[in-house]
Design a protein around this ligand. Structure first.
Ligand code: NAP
Length: 324
């Protein structure tokens, strides 16, 4: 595995050997801080060495990310856009075969980029074309037509508008459905994963099928409306952290990395931005890994939150096919 000039290991995937820094920065910001603060935080992150940024049409962070990239280029923080790995996602209202192209072009325009590194289907459901409400109204849900959407995703990759394509929040069953029709298999599946929601079955499935898993809400999304403090307040993680002179957050991020999974973490706090980078020069020992492996699992924060608390999807089953 290679690494960025700041020492973040890079995962290689796809037929062209694309390189993804395994630690990426997430740009869903809660509570919202505004476009200027988001742009300034991203510039600070680039200065610190982050090179992989995760956004989505739905987050409202594509534009500030695009502006931050332009400024980083103009002040010489980076020499070329190619030094960055940029992911964005197709929202459910655009998850229709004929809307994929306009949606991707809109995202590229927001980001002021000519190509993406990775374009993901955000959730495995569609809603009424062109609707962007959140939560999604019951009457606006539609079944997803995997065939036409995945064909459009593949076409975008062939036209070099994105280097790779993938999915997010896909269960083993839904991945099986996509793999059955795909000419280009999904490079990535981005899902919630952390020590309290370890995704063992999905991890195994993705490894066996050459799909790189990336973990969102790696710290349990503490402080957001969809998350909780159960990762950062976990006694086992706190004990391991104390013994190693690290924080529970670093133990969680390091554990994910050691599972061969990518990490997308968010912090707009200068100290925590640095802290989250400090996970590559130490390791967890066998006993510590065993203790984490045995942690009681208590249901995905987002799977449950997005269904029960926020209700954009009718049931957890719609998304997870009984795999929660
Ligand atoms: P997260 O990264 O697990 O947690 C973020 C929260 O943890 C923030 O409130 C942050 O606060 C705090 N934090 C960060 N570093 C910390 C540290 N070292 N110590 C203590 N607290 C810390 O959750 P997330 O934002 O849900 O997930 C990360 C990214 O994944 C998102 O931004 C988004 O890009 C992506 N995501 C994708 C999906 C999807 O459906 N594909 C869903 C959810 C999220 P401060 O900012 O104050 O540090």
């Amino acid at each position: 595995m290679g690494s960025t000039s700041f020492g973040i290991p890079e995962h290689r995937f796809g037929s062209n050997g694309e390189k993804m820094p395994v630690l990426g920065f997430g740009t869903t910001v809660f509570p919202p801080v505004g476009a200027e603060a988001t742009k300034m935080a991203i510039l600070q992150l680039i200065k610190l060495g982050y090179r992989h940024f995760d956004t989505a049409a739905k987050y409202g962070s594509e534009q500030p990310l695009g502006e931050a990239i332009q400024e980083a280029l103009s002040i010489g923080l980076i020499q070329s856009r190619d030094e960055l790995f940029i992911t964005t996602k197709l929202w459910c209202g655009d998850a229709h075969g004929d809307l994929v192209v306009p949606a991707l072009k809109r995202s590229l325009q927001n980001l002021k980029l000519e190509y993406l590194d990775l374009f993901l289907i955000h959730w495995p459901v569609s809603c009424k074309p062109g609707t962007y409400e959140f939560p999604i109204k019951e009457e606006n849900f539609l079944p997803m037509d995997f065939n036409s959407i995945w064909a459009a995703m593949e076409e975008r990759q062939r036209l070099n508008l994105t280097k790779s394509i993938g999915v997010s929040n896909f269960s083993c069953k839904k991945l099986t459905d996509i793999l059955a029709i795909a000419n280009i298999p999904p490079a990535v599946n981005q899902v919630e994963m952390n020590p309290m929601w370890q995704q063992k079955k999905l991890r195994e499935f993705c490894r066996a099928n050459g799909i790189f898993l990336t973990a969102y809400s790696p710290l349990g999304a503490n402080g957001t409306f969809w998350g909780s403090d159960r990762v950062l307040e976990c006694e086992v993680l706190k004990e391991i952290a104390k013994a190693k002179g690290k924080t529970a957050a670093q133990v969680s991020l390091r554990w994910i990395y050691e599972q061969g999974v990518g990490v997308i973490v968010k912090s707009f706090n200068g100290e925590r931005m640095k802290q989250n980078l400090g996970i590559f020069d130490w390791s967890l020992d066998e006993d510590e890994l065993k203790k984490i492996d045995e942690l009681a699992q208590s249901g995905g924060v987002t799977g449950v939150a997005y269904t029960s608390k926020c209700g954009p999807f009718r049931t957890v089953e719609d998304i997870w096919d009984g795999e929660m």
